[in-house]
Design a protein around this ligand. Structure first.
Ligand code: CDP
Ligand code: MG
Length: 159
């Protein structure tokens, strides 16, 4: 029931100065950050992280975007954290992402606009899509030594 999932503040979130706003959405929901670092990834790492998307027509734009500036990576823990984090993040296209989600509150680009320009959808955050993806992605981005077990107030007052 308690899961760990990967959250990335993508280059647009870092460059727009939204790291703090984005992290606080997860903290306020009572999720526990168990790992965090800033990383500037290269093309090889992008292909590992987005291996499921390499053959898609949007991959080139996605790779250009993801290597364009540093990323803040977080491992986030909580009850059914994978599903919960996806809800906090909102759907992939900011134009249609519900208000109250990160993508729905801080971004607005549409698939149509990005496709016409041949660029990636700038949607601020990556979050693992399912439990299997979450396990793979947390171990791709974090070594065992970079993940921490500690007591948070959530354990007494949220959970
Ligand atoms: O990030 P999420 O799991 O919501 O979406 P995805 O389908 O796994 O796609 C990964 C990322 O590729 C998205 O977050 C977008 O940044 C980008 N993408 C895009 O630029 N154009 C698309 N048609 C689909 C995805
Ligand atoms: Mg995905």
């Amino acid at each position: 029931m308690i899961e760990r999932t990967l959250v990335l503040v993508k280059p647009d979130g870092v460059q727009r100065g939204l790291i703090g706003d984005i992290i606080s959405r997860f903290e306020k929901r009572g999720l526990k950050i168990v790992g965090m670092k800033m990383v500037w990834v290269d093309k090889d790492f992008s292909k590992q992280h987005y291996s499921a998307h390499i053959d898609k027509n949007f991959y080139k734009g996605l790779e250009d975007f993801i290597i364009s500036a540093p990323i803040v990576a977080m491992a986030v823990e909580g009850i059914n954290a994978v599903e919960l984090v996806r809800k906090v993040v909102g759907s992939t296209e900011p134009k249609s992402a519900p208000i109250g989600t990160i993508r729905g509150d801080f971004a607005h680009v549409s698939y149509e606009y990005a496709d016409k320009k041949g660029i990636s959808i700038k949607n601020l955050v990556h979050a693992s899509g399912n439990s299997e993806e979450a396990e793979q992605e947390v171990s791709l981005w974090f070594s065992v030594e970079e993940l921490f077990n500690y007591k948070s107030a959530n354990q007494d007052y949220v959970m």
